[in-house]
Design a protein around this ligand. Sequence first.
Ligand SMILES: [Zn+2]
Length: 117
Amino acid sequence: MHEFSICESIFSALEKEYNTLHPRPKVNTVQLVIGEMHQVIEENLRAAWEVVTMDTPFQKSILTITWKPVILFCNDCKKEMPKRGLMFVCAHCSSRNIEIKEGRELYIENMGVDKDE
Ligand SMILES: [Zn+2]
């Protein structure tokens, strides 16, 4: 399950950040930005997050996910378009000379913690 390894890398990045905080607060939410190129299944991601964060300060924290659609760019007609279906083909000129402009994102936007604790 590739969602599990995504959670592990998110967690290890967050943990480093978290360990620099004094005092150490309770983490309530973790905001993620995920491009649809990663083909993450939300349900699997949330389940994996529960497992990965068990017995850590991130236990019971809620993942807030912003999904970024896949945007393609055509090198022939120089147009941008959302990806539709499975094919990497330009919707305007049918060229296959296209590249992925957006949709590869995978990063942590924010970590929501309890204040005054
Ligand atoms: Zn085109």
